[in-house]
Write a protein that binds this ligand. Structure first.
Ligand SMILES: Nc1ncnc2c1ncn2[C@@H]1O[C@H](COP(=O)(O)OP(=O)(O)O)[C@@H](O)[C@H]1O
Ligand SMILES: [Mg+2]
Length: 263
């Protein structure tokens, strides 16, 4: 990969779920690049194609037109270099916490001692090392989501794709998980793309936020941010809300609302 090649590039990507005259356009002519180490947050009204965009980058979905590339190569299938975390953790209920986390490395044929080391490392990072022998059905929703994160991290992916990962969690757990996700991103130097419907979550985590229009989804605006770096430096890991923060938040809410109210 040359220095100029972005980690991810989408060129004129459209996704039409319909056939023939029955068009069901979900994404329309999306151009997007994601650079290494970015934390990109995606906001937009329900049904605007956010999950479709993520599935195309993950390799679960092939765009109808246009092209998506990873390190300059066309994305044709899912790949452990791009790990995905969904809203409901997709864990193997019959496996222990540590076996869930070690699953990917085991499938990839990594030696047992190395798997144990990787598993312990990431369970420690998510604060569940002491729970490694528990069954996943004994865990709370927040803990399960942490295991799902560790399972993706254990593959040491270039990129982590998250589709409303905190959407099902209560407000307090959610705040703690935001801090955890920010710290993991910073520590492991991953590239993250995260879909959320929470503007404050996007502002406090993202190095960039993009706002999408209602269906068919297009990118209406992109904001470069540094609140997540600020939060890394404060003791309480919270963003300092200043005038500019409130302006950006209002801008984003106006963009989403104006677009929804348009007849
Ligand atoms: N597999 C599919 N088949 C047909 N239509 C789909 C499929 N997946 C999503 N859609 C439609 O595409 C549009 C965008 O969906 P989605 O990407 O899930 O949006 P979001 O995640 O922003 O809510 C919606 O109108 C949805 O109904
Ligand atoms: Mg969705």
């Amino acid at each position: 990969m040359t220095k100029e090649t972005p980690l991810i590039a989408l060129n004129h990507v459209s996704m039409d779920y319909g056939e023939g005259s029955e068009s069901a356009l979900a994404l329309k002519d999306i151009d997007l690049t994601i650079e290494k180490n970015e934390f990109l947050c995606i906001l937009g009204p329900s049904g605007c194609g956010k999950s479709t965009l993520l599935k195309i980058i993950a390799g679960y979905q092939k765009p109808t037109t246009g092209e998506a590339t990873f390190q300059g190569k066309t994305i044709t299938a899912p790949d452990w270099h791009r790990g995905v975390v969904f809203q409901s953790p997709t864990l193997y209920p019959w496996l222990s916490v540590k076996d869930n986390v070690g699953f990917g490395p085991r499938v990839r044929g990594i030696k047992k001692a190395k798997i144990n080391q990787i598993t312990d490392q990431f369970l420690d990072q998510i604060g569940l090392l002491k729970d490694k022998d528990k069954a996943v059905f004994d865990l709370s929703g927040g803990m399960r989501q942490r295991v799902a994160l560790a399972r993706v991290l254990a593959n040491e992916p270039e990129m982590i794709l998250m589709d409303e990962p905190l959407g099902a969690l209560d407000a307090l757990t959610r705040l703690n998980m935001q801090t955890l996700i920010r710290n993991l991103w910073h520590k492991n130097k991953n590239t993250v793309m995260m879909i959320t419907h929470d503007v404050e979550e996007a502002l406090s985590l993202g190095t960039r936020v993009i706002v999408m229009s209602k269906q068919p989804g297009t990118i209406i605006k992109s904001f470069d941010l540094n609140y997540t770096y600020q939060a890394l430096e404060t003791d309480n890991h919270r963003v300092k809300v200043d005038e500019q923060y409130l302006e950006i938040k209002n801008d984003i809410l106006d963009l989403i609302n104006a677009d929804l109210n348009e007849v």
